[in-house]
Design a protein around this ligand. Structure first.
Ligand code: ZN
Length: 329
């Protein structure tokens, strides 16, 4: 056995979007990193399994590594990992229809909410949200993204304008805030000690501790907000860097860019796609600014009527409105 096999390092993003009910920024911004064997301390321990069994498992592991367990072709659905159910908050997965229900037509698939599978929740489904055809949603989202890329200059100007905004050295500010938070915490524990030792009576202690706790809560809130802003800003820089490259690639190819390019572009720009009962919302990684945008960014409405179903997207506020009609077959 070895001690110190991992250490904490800089935060590495691991997911496309946070899990259900989890915050976007982790409480402690670190990731676990494997250390090299020289940095580890080895300790002799009695063996738990026989050496033969260990050998057998090693060969099996080697075999598994060679026949990679994940799909050789990568993802199957364009929006895989991005689609979220607005009703229950669980992610959606791509589910192909059975050959029988496809009835000899080209097989198709749905994005289906994980919460609507009864077998995952002890026989009771949590969610009754609609599933949505993958081809229709993929096309609609791609169209919106393409619209955004058709005017990279304009988008870039808008992004850069926001970058020159209020953010000024968030790192230093966060450090300063953390210092203040530590001081307040120290003060609170000193107050409690003083009260416990009988140096303060209740009428002196109570207002002071209340004020200190209030201040602590306020500072912690401010600190969280700064961290969020910093994360947004670094995301913004990343997007700006990629935007023009993407725009070039998308416009260069005369016909539609291939599936992998499309997937890469969508995953870089789109944070998540929320499916509600009657509408689908595309949330971009960089949300429009509060004073210009309004809440209706990237809306795509879906009318679930019969016969004349259509998907209507109204684009991003900073981007010209795009209206797209898609027939559901
Ligand atoms: Zn759901």
């Amino acid at each position: 056995a070895a001690f110190g096999k991992t250490r904490s390092g800089d935060l590495k993003p691991q997911r496309l979007r946070p899990q259900r009910g989890r915050p976007e920024q982790p409480r402690r911004p670190i990731s676990r990193v494997d250390t090299s064997s020289e940095d580890q301390i080895f300790i002799d321990v009695p063996a738990l399994v026989s050496e033969e069994l260990f050998g057998v498992v090693q060969t099996q592991l080697q075999e598994n590594r060679q026949r990679r367990r994940d799909r050789p072709g990568g993802g199957r659905y364009l929006l895989q990992g991005l689609v979220v159910c607005k009703r229950c908050g669980y992610g959606c997965y791509g589910k192909p229809v059975s050959r029988a229900s496809a009835k000899g037509k080209i097989p198709y698939a749905y994005y289906r909410c994980t919460g609507s599978d009864a077998y995952r929740f002890g026989g009771q489904r949590l969610c009754w949200n609609q599933q949505i055809r993958t081809d229709i949603l993929d096309a609609a989202v791609w169209e919106d993204v393409r619209q955004l890329l058709s005017e990279p200059e304009r988008v870039r100007t808008e992004y850069e304008r926001r970058l020159h905004g209020p953010a000024a050295g968030p790192d230093r500010e966060v450090k300063h805030l953390n210092k203040m938070i530590a001081n307040i915490k120290k003060m609170i524990s000193r107050l409690i000690d003083a009260y416990g030792d009988g140096l303060l009576d209740k009428s002196e202690f109570e207002p002071r501790i209340l004020a200190a706790r209030e201040r602590l809560a306020k500072l912690e809130g401010e600190c969280r907000q700064r961290l969020d802003e910093a994360a947004q800003e670094s995301e913004l820089r990343l997007v700006i860097g990629q935007l023009e490259e993407f725009a070039r690639r998308v416009s260069q190819e005369l016909q539609e860019p291939d599936w992998n390019t499309r997937r890469e572009v969508v995953r870089a720009l789109v944070k998540k796609v929320e499916i509600d009962e009657r509408e689908v919302r595309i949330v971009y990684r960089v949300s429009p600014s509060p004073f210009e945008g309004g809440p209706q960014q990237g809306y795509l409405q879906h009318c679930w009527g019969r016969g004349n179903d259509e998907v209507v997207i109204t684009g991003w506020p900073t981007i010209p409105l795009a209206v797209l009609n898609l027939k559901i077959s």
